[in-house]
Design a protein around this ligand. Structure first.
Ligand code: ADP
Ligand code: MG
Length: 247
């Protein structure tokens, strides 16, 4: 189980997360939702040890998560990746293993096999020698999904995985979620969307600097909650909502 206890993060005095407490169990598919700027990516980065919290503890199976980085697979938000970086699709997926063996060790046959299997699974094996920057948005997302699969982690963190992806990639992501659940993995998925699609999650955490709600989608997706989280920006978000979102 993932446990976050009284987590606060600020960037040079600007509060991004305030006193967040949450828990996600094995086999649970949890959606972390909230408007842009709510602190979703910051929470994921704190879990990865990429930002330093001002306060709080992050535990996985009762031990600090930072000491168990290999057990965490991360699919970053696409807008936060430098796509000009000269690296092939195969190299990105192989990073799942170089994190463990180091860049300068030769790849084992087992690593190669797992990378091939993961790339085949998401339909990108034929793109293995292409530069990551040359791929379509959906193909790029599938490269990172393959990396997460190849890593055989226990905790999976997805940051806005459905942003600007094609139907095929969406299907690949949904199949992967189902499989991870069946394998009793712990899965946390950030999303700024608000609508029927959120019923795909077992539980929703509604975030806007603070944790505003935590419960099953039916209980969290109330009109009161959307107003509390999205505030005066409600009208700019409402075009994305599908009726009935607050029943
Ligand atoms: P979300 O992922 O929900 O859109 P973020 O976690 O990216 O939100 O951002 C939360 C808040 O922290 C925002 O106000 C954002 O401007 C700020 N922020 C995020 N990253 C940084 C950073 N590296 N330096 C300063 N402020 C940041
Ligand atoms: Mg974000």
């Amino acid at each position: 189980m993932l446990k976050v206890q009284h987590l606060s993060v600020n960037y040079r005095g600007v509060e991004a997360l305030e006193d967040i407490c949450l828990a996600v169990g094995a086999g649970e598919l949890v959606g972390l939702i909230g408007p842009n700027g709510a602190g979703k990516s910051t929470l994921i980065k704190a879990l990865l040890g990429l930002v330093r919290p001002q306060a709080g503890r992050i535990l996985f199976e009762e031990k600090p998560l930072v000491q168990q980085r290999r057990r965490v697979a991360y699919v970053p938000q696409r807008s936060q990746i430098d796509w000009d970086y000269p690296v092939t699709a195969w190299n990105v997926v192989m990073m799942a293993h170089t994190a463990q063996t180091g860049w300068f060790r030769s790849y084992t046959a087992r690593s190669r096999h797992m990378v091939k299997e993961a790339m085949e699974r998401v339909g990108i094996w034929h793109l293995r020698d292409r530069q990551i920057g040359e791929l379509s948005g959906g193909q790029q997302q599938r490269v990172f999904l393959a990396r997460a699969i190849a890593q055989q982690a226990d905790l999976f963190l997805f940051d806005e995985p459905f942003n600007a992806v094609d139907k095929k990639t969406e299907g690949v992501i949904l199949d992967l979620f189902a499989e991870l659940k069946a394998q009793a993995k712990t899965v946390l998925v950030c999303s700024h969307e608000w609508g029927q699609a959120l019923h795909r999650y077992d539980r929703l955490l509604l975030l806007n600097q603070r944790l505003l709600a935590d419960g099953d989608p039916q209980a969290v997706m109330t009109l009161d909650n959307i107003q509390r989280a999205y505030g005066e920006n409600l009208s700019t978000h409402s075009h994305r909502t599908e009726v009935p979102f607050f029943c």
